[in-house]
Design a protein around this ligand. Structure first.
Ligand code: PLP
Length: 457
């Protein structure tokens, strides 16, 4: 993908039968991880500056997580979900009840973020069926969003690049502009705009007919398809008001933003709103095991309980004892070390360091985010915020420089030419300390400086 290093010898690449994201690229071979660092087989050290696309929330190589894994493996790693439940799955579901806001109390475990959002879609449809409204089957979403790669979750994703090949198989769910103040789709500024971006949801519902809309899904802070885009104050309150007015469920996709990442338990907690369904993944196990979940409110589960009594979804590995034991250990770790609060504090430090860079480097157009989910967007013109053309792709150049210097940052773009900008996500593990932030920002600054001078700006 982004590595320009050849750490894998040519003949080894030829021998490899592993399909990697880009077939002909060479990738460093991971050897081990420790804290915020990853080490490859050549001994090179990298700061995991985007937590592996914002997953490794508690950092790498933590002995107490390894202990929890071993203990559970020695007891039982797998039971079939229609025959047994298990202690770790029960305990983790109970913990998620405490983590989630309001009446979002019931957990259905799956294996990936895509499955979590796809299950949310199915649960929303099932909810309306049980309530005698079977025509409510569409889930509206925003452009510049990513909800997953399965056909249902991709249908909800406003990510042009990832939809392109499968368009004929996908539903046209994305229909609302993103709350992207830096490039306002309505050419307005907040607060004079009166939250036109939120009101657009009402127009979309009326256009499609409320009788056909089951839910609206959104990432509370837009992650990989925008670069930590934070909606303006009042946005989600207005969104929820519109959803309630038209009997539309609100699904918060917290796959990237959940579990302390933004300085709150869930990113939606930054607004005075309780969603009907929350999809989670990634940080739930911090990358130590594949696990995700759909967390459902009392309101949404009630008609299912009174009706068919079964959620029409599930996988062989749903509620897997091994993975849920890891999830439990990881959330215990987050609580024990107060990582949500720490993310808020260290996030402020990271943000002010990055904002300071913006004053010195004109190619940095915007620095934004919440907690330790930050985005840096690049521009070619400080007056009109014009992005560089996709051929120049400044983010790719910077990612590559950072990688050479031992810092991993992640590209953030929805591939919508003319609308989306060119940004990177900087989102280190929540355990990062101040000196490590200094190292991260130093490497990032050197990379920006070099790319800017290569562009002769
Ligand atoms: N939702 C969001 C907000 C994501 O960022 C992602 C992945 O990046 C997904 C869903 C899909 O998760 P997964 O890759 O685990 O299927």
């Amino acid at each position: 993908m982004i590595s320009l290093l050849t750490v894998y010898r040519e003949e080894e690449i030829m021998k490899s039968h592993l399909i990697k994201p880009f077939l002909d690229e060479s990738y460093p071979v991971a050897d081990y991880g420790q804290g915020i660092y990853l080490y490859d087989k050549t001994g090179k050290k990298y700061i995991d500056g985007s937590s592996g696309a914002v997953t490794a929330n508690i950092g790498h190589g933590i002995p107490e997580i390894a202990d929890a894994m071993k203990k559970q493996a020695e007891k039982v790693s797998f039971v079939y979900r229609s025959q047994f439940t298990s202690e770790p799955a029960e305990k983790l579901a109970n913990k998620l009840k405490d983590w989630a806001p309001g009446d979002v109390n019931w957990t259905f475990f799956v294996n990936s973020g895509s499955e979590a959002t796809e299950t949310a879609l199915k649960v929303a449809i099932q909810y309306w069926q049980e309530k005698g409204k079977p025509s409510k089957i569409k889930v509206l979403s925003r452009w510049m969003s990513y909800h997953g790669i399965t056909l249902g979750s991709l249908s909800m994703s406003g990510h042009v690049g990832r939809r392109a090949r499968f368009t004929p198989l996908l539903e046209d769910f994305p229909s609302v502009e993103p709350p992207y103040c830096f490039r306002c789709p309505f050419k307005q500024t907040h607060p004079q705009c009166g939250l036109m971006c939120a009101d657009e949801l009402e127009r979309a519902i009326l256009r499609e007919g409320a009788d056909h809309i089951a839910a609206f899904i959104a990432e509370p802070v837009i992650g990989a398809s925008g670069g930590a885009i934070v909606p303006p104050p009042g946005y989600y309150e207005r969104i929820k008001e519109i959803c309630d007015k038209y009997d539309v469920l609100f699904i918060a996709d917290e796959v990237m933003t959940g579990f302390g990442r933004t300085g709150k338990r869930f990113a939606i907690d930054h607004w005075a709103v309780v969603p009907d369904i929350i999809a989670v993944g990634k940080g739930l196990t911090g990358g130590y095991a594949p696990l995700a979940a759909t967390i459902i409110s009392d309101k949404v589960l009630a008609p299912v309980r009174q009706g068919s009594k079964i959620i029409m979804s599930g996988h062989t590995y749903s509620a897997n004892p091994q993975a849920t034991a890891v999830g439990l250990a990881v959330l215990n770790y987050v609580e024990k070390y107060n990582l949500t609060k720490r993310a808020e504090k260290t996030g402020d430090k990271l943000m002010s360091r990055l904002k300071n860079l913006k004053r010195h480097y004109p190619i940095i157009g915007d620095v934004r985010g919440k907690g330790l989910l930050t985005g840096v967007e690049f521009i070619s013109n400080v007056f009109n915020h014009m992005p560089f053309s996709s051929e120049v792709s400044v983010s790719k150049k910077i990612i590559s420089k950072c990688m050479d210097k031992g810092l991993l940052v992640y590209p953030a773009s929805a591939g919508i030419e003319g609308k989306a900008g060119d940004a990177v996500l900087i989102a280190p593990p929540l355990t990062i300390i101040e000196e490590e932030i200094n190292d991260l920002v130093t490497i990032f600054e050197e990379s920006v400086k070099e790319v800017q001078s290569e562009l002769q700006i």
